[in-house]
Design a protein around this ligand. Sequence first.
Ligand SMILES: [Zn+2]
Length: 242
Amino acid sequence: MKPSKPMRTLWLTASALFLFCLLRSGAAPSAADVLPVSGTVPQKLVALTFDDGPRRSTTTALLDGLAQRGVKATFFLIGRQIPGNEDLIRRMDAEGHQIGIHTYDHTILTGLNEADFQAQVEVTRTLLTQLLGHNGFLLRPPYGMVDDGVKAMAGAPIILWSVDPEDWREQGADLVSQHLISQAKDGDILLLHDIFPGSVEAALETVDALMDQGFYFVTVEELFSLRHISLENGCVYRCAYP
Ligand SMILES: [Zn+2]
């Protein structure tokens, strides 16, 4: 899994990503826009991921805070929460965040037959495709529960996480951000839930602290791309350590 290609390839890939992000996001600043591309891939990359949204109040506050900081994240959405929140999801997409599937109604996917599985995953994929006009959504199964059936039917790379502060316990923003700040390393995928006010607060505190430490926040897709790891449908990914 370690990148072994020559530095020239690293530079070209980083440059291509830089140009792609510039074209995609126009003049708006983003983490990828400020990735250093002169000779090296940045050494400390981290992907911030949010499950169980969107929720209008908390997700809006989070998107505002991320936009102020020029940071991109990845959102694994619940399908039944798409109706009524279309504008929020279009905003995520337009602002360069990555969007993934977290089932239709947070059902555990292991042990499901194909019809029940696709009622969770394909139905949500179709809603997102109709809304955004593109496809290619990553999958995060609820509770990270994966079996051979989930892998076979996923139709997408399966993205888990490597740092979990258990923010759903609602133990307070400071404890959550302290956990994230103390544990985050290069290549980590951080798990949060954008349905709790404390999680939004913790996420933004964490972004500020880790940016001060030289971390760059990228989407899941960017994280693996910058590490030259191809995401394959039905395979499980937890991190992209160098
Ligand atoms: Zn969840």
